[in-house]
Design a protein around this ligand. Sequence first.
Ligand SMILES: [Zn+2]
Length: 286
Amino acid sequence: MDNLLSGLDKLGLNLNDFHNVYEEVPEPKKEEVKEEEKKAPAVNEEEMIFEKTLSCPVCGKQFKTKVVRTGKAKLIGTDTDLKPIYAGFEPLKYDIIVCLHCGYAATSKAFGHITPGQVKLIRETISSGFKGLTNSSGIYTFQEAIERHKLALANVMAMRGKNSERAYICLKMAWLYRSMLSGIPEDAEKLSGLRKECEEGENNCIRLAYEGFSTSYSKEIPPICGMDMNTITYLLADLARRCGDYENSKRYIAAIFNSRSVNSRLKERARELKELLDHEKSGKKS
Ligand SMILES: [Zn+2]
């Protein structure tokens, strides 16, 4: 077209099809619209978080930690192992609180719930050798978030925490690896090493979570990590499936169907899981 609209490309507009002021502009090509729809909504992660000052129950010093602003994370679904799926960014990265002075680390729910005996154990086992952690400015990368989870797991182990507490952190680490993997383009050759690292990391953490929750299932009285009996049974059914332990997965699903107290939503989830399990089993046979 003539140069009447020239300069608008600087604003990001694509006006290639705008030929004449009084001519109908053709409809956008369908494929282009679809591509636009596929893109995750642009989210500025830095605006989603803020820094909060906390006091450490182990060393008594104050430190800063990053927290997701209330109501900022938009839940759009749940994976079969109950991993929440959020639009645009991963708030799970911010769930571990770490004291930068002494190395005490815990999930936001468990932070501060610690006995004097456990404080002593952490001082002796973790703080004595802790060289500090860089609290990077801005957002946490997945690698930083996974490192924080590893430190929290070391803390739970040091304070002789329950199997379920250990398993819960392993499960969350598996979820982080899965989230990180979902952000790596499948055709990016250069990133194939990172993809493999994510896949192996997730599988390893799922296996550990399954092992830990299986033991707590027989030894601990629900609620276990905030989950009632039916929810933990459902979670075990899916973790067993993910580990290829189909027989036990079937057993856990049957226990949900036989439970009198199960709600209809969880029963529906169990039904969907059974379909997935049957499908995978038949795939393995053929
Ligand atoms: Zn501390």
